[in-house]
Design a protein around this ligand. Structure first.
Ligand code: ZN
Length: 186
């Protein structure tokens, strides 16, 4: 299995536009949101190497605008519908992990996400033997962990990478985005 989390080519400008929108700037906000929802819709029905997690994180970034801005008619419904499809991907799924990255506070995750994605999305940046937990998670989140015996306090960089790659991670972030929107999974 590839160790790389799929990201679209040239994702950085896209990410910057989401970040601007998150902070209240940006051009056609509804078009940006709808485009992300459309691409997530394609990825959720698509192949394993489609950037499902990437577009899910996009809608997570855009969720505050959808929740508290003034999106046009139908935008919120579209976003909620596709997030529910992703969240339901967790149905009946089990894994051996006690913890996943979606359990980190959303704002903390998003703050370090561009740097984390550089590592997650690039085989060149993943020199696995040297991969450190702080390459993949906010450092102050790791510092604040009280129980270092429990996940993720006791995990190595490659083990945290495995949790990013877990098929339950995108559904978890989709649930976090639905929470933002005051919507349930069903
Ligand atoms: Zn897992």
């Amino acid at each position: 299995m590839s160790t790389v989390i799929p990201v679209p080519d040239n994702w950085q400008p896209l990410f910057s536009s989401w970040d601007a929108l998150r902070h209240g700037y940006g051009g056609d906000q509804d078009e940006t949101v709808s485009d992300c929802a459309r691409r997530l819709d394609t990825a959720v029905a698509g192949a394993e190497d489609d950037p499902l997690l990437f577009w899910t994180l996009g809608l997570l970034m855009l969720a505050p605008y959808v929740a508290f801005g003034k999106p046009g008619p139908g935008v919120e419904e579209k976003v909620v519908a596709v997030l529910r499809r992703v969240a339901r991907g967790d149905d009946g799924m089990a894994c051996a992990h006690g913890w996943h990255p979606y359990e980190v506070d959303v704002d903390d995750v998003l703050e370090t996400l561009p740097a984390d994605l550089e590592v997650l999305g690039s085989p060149v940046n993943q020199v696995l033997d040297d991969l450190l937990p702080e390459d993949l998670l906010p450092e102050h989140y790791l510092d604040a962990l009280e129980d270092e015996e429990a996940e993720p306090g006791n995990l190595s960089g490659p083990e945290i990478l495995a949790r990013w790659q877990c098929p339950r991670t995108a559904p978890g972030f989709a649930r976090a985005a639905l929470d933002y929107l005051g919507a349930t999974v069903r």
